[in-house]
Design a binder for this molecule. Structure first.
Ligand code: MGD
Ligand code: MGD
Ligand code: SF4
Ligand code: MO
Length: 595
C-alpha cells in the first residue's frame, strides 16, 4: 500500500491509500480519522476526468522537455521575473521553486486570493491564527455557521455536527441553513456590524464573561465604548435586520458551549479583516476562547510553528493585484490567474504584456492559452511530497505511487533550471521533505503540527500564550459615512437597483478546475426573469452573458454565479483588502439586462 493525501485546496485534506498494482484506484485511509472512509468526486476528477497537458510547448509548437527547460532558464536570467504560484496543489514541496527566485533575483508574491483578510484580522486580535480542533467542535452545543458552506466546502465536518443546535448566518439559504434552527439571511458585507451590535447587547445585558475578560482581555470596557459609537437604529436599517433577529441570535449565543465556524465568505471585502476582528471580539465577550466545546474556527494557519526551508528575502508583488506587465517573464505554477484573480479583463491585459509567459500546470485553462511556454507538471501521485491542512492538525507524507511518462515535478524542474543557470544544485528532495517532517510532533505514530493545542488559547494569546486578546478599536468603512458613501457609489457607479454579486464555491468545481461549462446565473424570483432567459450581467469592471436560473434560496438583493463559471471574474473588483492584501470578490454589484 502507498500512503498519500489529497493535494487539493480544501479544508478536509483527506488521507488516501493506493495499491502499487493499481495506483489510480484511490481509497480513503484511516491515518486521518476525519476522512471517515470517504473521498469526494473532485479527487476522482483530478486523476481520471480532467485532460492532462502532456507536451511541453514553445510558441504553439511541441518541443522536448529539455528544449522547453532551456527556454525557461533563459527567460529567468537577467531580466525581472515573477513567480506567481496558485493553490492547485497544497503540498509543501510546491514552494521549492522559491529557490529559483532566490538564485536568480526573481520576485515572489505576498497577500492572498483566499483567506488573507480574515487571517490578518485574527492575527491582530489573537497574535496567531490557531486551528480550532474538530474535537472541540464535536463537544459544542450550539454551532454558528457564519459565511461557510459546510456541506459543499468542508463535507467531512458534517458528521461532527450531528445533533447540534445549528445557526446559520449567510445571504444564501444553503443546505445547512435549511436544516438550521435559525437562519439569519444577512445582507452581504454586513457581518462586522452584526458582530458589533451583538457584543454591545451582550454587555448591556450583563451577559459578558467578566471573569475571563478580566484575565485575558482586560480592555473590554474600551471595546464596549467602541461598540457604542455605532448607532443601533441606523445600523439595523443599514444591515436590514430587526431587533427580533438580534434577540433570537442572543438567545442562542448565551448558551453554554458555542462554536463559530467562520468561512471565507464573510471576508471577501475591503473590510474583511475588521469583520474577523469583530467576530473574534464577540467570541471574547462571551469568553469562548480556550474552553472545551467553544471557540472560533476559521481557515487556520497550517504552517504555524514550522520553519520554512523555502522562505527567502526576495522582492514581492501582491498576488491579488499583480502587475504582470512590469516583468519580462512570469512563471505561473499551480494556478490559473487569468480566471481566478479578480477583474479578469485587466488581468488578461497585464498577462498579454509579458514577453515570456510560462505556464507550469496540469490542465489547460485560460492561463495556459495565454502562455507561450508550457511545461506539463506531474500530479501528486507522480511525485513525493508532504502536506499540512488548514482544517485539521495532521501532517501527511505524500508518497509517489508511479513515474510519469511525460511531466516533471517542481523539485526536478528547480534542479534542471538551476543547472542551466550554473547555480549550486539544491539539497536532495528527501532532505527537504524530512526538514518539514522532523518539525512535526509524533502522537500515536501520527504527525501533528508543532504548535497544535487541544484547547487553543487556554493559557492566553500570542505564540507563547502570555499576551492578552486585543480588541478592535478603530474602523472606517466608506459605506458608513453618508458623504463618503455617495463618493463611493459614484466611484463605483453603484445604483440603487444594482444587486450584490455572490460567487461562492460549488460542489462541481474546485476553484477554476473541473466543471468549466457552467453558464448559469442564479437570481431571486422578484427580478422578473424566467428560467432559460439569456441575460447580460454587468458590473463596472466588465460584463458576461449567462442563462438565468430562478431560485428561492437567495436574498432579494443578491444574484449568485458559482466560482468556476467561465468569465465570472470579469465582473469582480481589483480592490484589495485594507489589511492582508487579499482579493475582494464580494465588493461588487451587478445589473442584469435581457439579451
Ligand atoms: N466543493 C468545493 N470545496 C472547496 C472549494 C471549491 O472550490 N469547491 N474551494 C476551497 C477553498 S480554496 C476555500 S478558500 C474554501 C472556502 O470555503 P467557504 O468559506 O465555505 O466557501 P465560500 O463559498 O467562499 O463562502 C461560504 C459562504 O459565504 C457566504 N457569503 C458570501 N458573502 C457573505 C457575507 O457577506 N456574509 C456572510 N455571512 N456570508 C457570506 C456564501 O453564500 C457561502 O455560502 O473552500 C474550499 N473547498
Ligand atoms: N469569483 C471568485 N474568484 C475566486 C474565489 C471566489 O470565491 N470567487 N476564490 C478564490 C480562492 S479562495 C482561491 S484559493 C483561488 C484559487 O485560484 P488558483 O490558485 O488559481 O487555483 P485553481 O483555479 O484551482 O487552479 C489550479 C491549477 O493548478 C494546476 N495544478 C494542480 N496540481 C498541480 C501540481 O501538482 N503542480 C502544478 N505545477 N500545477 C498543478 C492545475 O493545472 C489547475 O489549473 O481562487 C480565487 N478566486
Ligand atoms: S473532500 Fe477535499 S480533501 Fe477530501 S478528497 Fe475531496 S477535495 Fe480532497
Ligand atoms: Mo481558497
Amino acid at each position: 500500500m502507498i500512503h498519500t493525501a489529497c493535494p487539493l485546496d480544501c479544508f478536509d485534506a483527506c488521507s488516501v491509500v493506493c495499491d502499487r498494482d493499481n495506483p489510480a484506484k484511490l481509497v480513503a485511509s484511516s491515518l486521518v480519522p476525519y476522512t471517515n472512509g470517504v473521498l469526494c468526486s473532485h479527487l476522482y476528477s483530478h486523476i481520471h476526468k480532467e485532460e492532462r497537458i502532456k507536451e511541453p510547448m514553445i510558441d504553439g509548437k511541441v518541443v522536448s522537455m529539455s528544449e522547453a527547460l532551456d527556454r525557461v532558464a533563459k527567460a529567468l536570467s537577467g531580466k525581472p521575473w515573477l513567480l506567481w504560484r496558485g493553490s492547485g496543489n497544497l503540498g509543501l514541496m510546491q514552494q521549492v521553486t522559491n529557490l529559483l527566485a532566490k538564485e536568480s533575483g526573481g520576485t515572489l508574491t505576498h497577500g492572498s486570493l483566499c483567506d488573507g483578510a480574515g487571517n490578518a484580522g485574527i492575527v491582530e486580535g489573537r497574535g496567531v491564527n490557531r486551528l480550532l480542533p474538530i474535537e472541540q467542535i464535536k463537544s459544542s452545543e450550539v454551532v454558528v455557521v457564519w459565511g461557510r458552506n459546510i456541506t459543499v466546502t468542508n463535507s467531512h465536518l458534517m458528521p461532527y455536527l450531528d445533533g447540534k443546535d445549528i445557526v446559520v448566518i449567510d445571504p444564501v439559504e444553503t443546505k445547512i441553513a435549511k436544516e438550521a434552527s435559525l437562519h439569519i439571511q444577512i445582507k452581504p458585507r454586513s457581518d462586522f456590524y452584526l458582530a458589533i451590535l451583538l457584543s454591545r447587547f451582550i454587555i448591556m445585558e450583563d451577559a459578558e464573561n467578566r471573569e475571563w475578560l478580566e484575565q485575558h482581555a482586560s480592555e473590554w470596557e474600551d471595546f464596549y465604548d467602541f461598540t457604542r459609537s455605532f448607532r443601533i437604529k441606523a445600523i439595523l436599517e443599514h444591515i436590514g435586520l430587526s431587533l427580533n433577529d438580534i434577540g433570537d441570535l442572543l438567545i442562542k449565543l448565551e448558551s453554554k458551549r458555542v462554536v463559530f465556524l467562520v468561512g471565507a465568505g464573510v471576508q471577501r471585502f475591503e473590510i474583511g479583516d475588521s469583520t474577523l476582528r469583530a467576530i473574534d471580539a464577540l467570541a471574547a465577550i462571551l469568553g469562548l476562547f480556550g474552553k472545551v466545546g467553544c471557540g472560533v474556527s476559521y481557515l487556520s494557519n497550517s504552517r504555524l510553528g514550522f520553519k520554512n526551508p523555502f522562505e527567502f528575502n526576495c522582492k514581492t508583488e501582491p498576488i491579488a493585484t499583480s502587475k504582470f506587465s512590469k516583468f519580462s517573464s512570469v512563471l505561473i505554477q499551480g494556478g490559473n490567474p487569468a480566471e481566478s484573480m479578480p477583474c479578469s479583463l485587466e488581468v488578461e491585459k497585464e498577462l498579454n504584456g509579458v514577453e515570456n509567459l510560462i505556464y507550469f500546470g496540469l490542465y489547460k485553462n485560460r492561463s495556459s492559452e495565454l502562455a507561450n511556454i508550457i511545461i506539463p507538471a506531474n500530479n501528486f501521485l507522480e511525485k513525493d511530497d508532504i502536506r499540512v491542512s488548514y482544517g485539521h492538525e495532521y501532517m501527511q507524507r505524500m508518497n509517489k505511487a508511479y513515474d510519469s511518462s511525460f511531466g516533471i515535478s517542481e523539485y526536478e524542474f528547480t534542479q534542471e533550471i538551476l543547472k542551466r543557470l550554473n547555480k549550486e544544485p539544491t539539497e536532495s528532495e528527501e532532505y527537504y521533505i524530512n526538514f518539514w517532517k522532523e518539525q512535526a510532533r509524533v502522537v500515536d505514530e501520527k504527525l501533528i503540527s508543532p504548535l497544535f493545542e487541544e484547547r487553543p488559547y487556554s493559557s492566553g494569546f500570542g505564540v507563547d500564550g502570555d499576551d492578552e486578546f486585543e480588541f478592535i478599536d478603530d474602523f472606517y468603512d466608506d459605506f458608513e459615512d453618508i458623504k463618503a458613501l455617495r463618493r463611493f457609489r459614484k466611484k463605483l457607479k453603484y445604483q440603487s437597483e444594482d444587486m450584490w454579486l455572490l460567487t461562492p464555491k460549488s460542489t462541481k468545481n474546485l476553484n477554476s478546475q473541473f466543471a468549466k461549462d457552467s453558464n448559469t446565473v442564479c437570481i431571486p424570483r422578484i427580478i422578473g426573469f424566467v428560467d432559460g432567459d439569456r441575460v447580460v450581467v454587468k458590473s463596472i469592471w466588465g460584463e458576461i452573458e449567462l442563462i438565468v436560473k430562478v431560485v428561492t434560496d437567495l436574498r432579494e438583493d443578491c444574484v449568485l454565479i458559482y466560482h468556476g463559471t467561465k468569465g465570472v471574474n470579469i465582473l469582480t473588483s481589483p480592490v484589495s483588502s485594507s489589511e492582508g492584501d487579499s482579493a475582494c470578490y464580494g465588493d461588487v454589484k451587478v445589473k442584469l439586462t435581457k439579451v
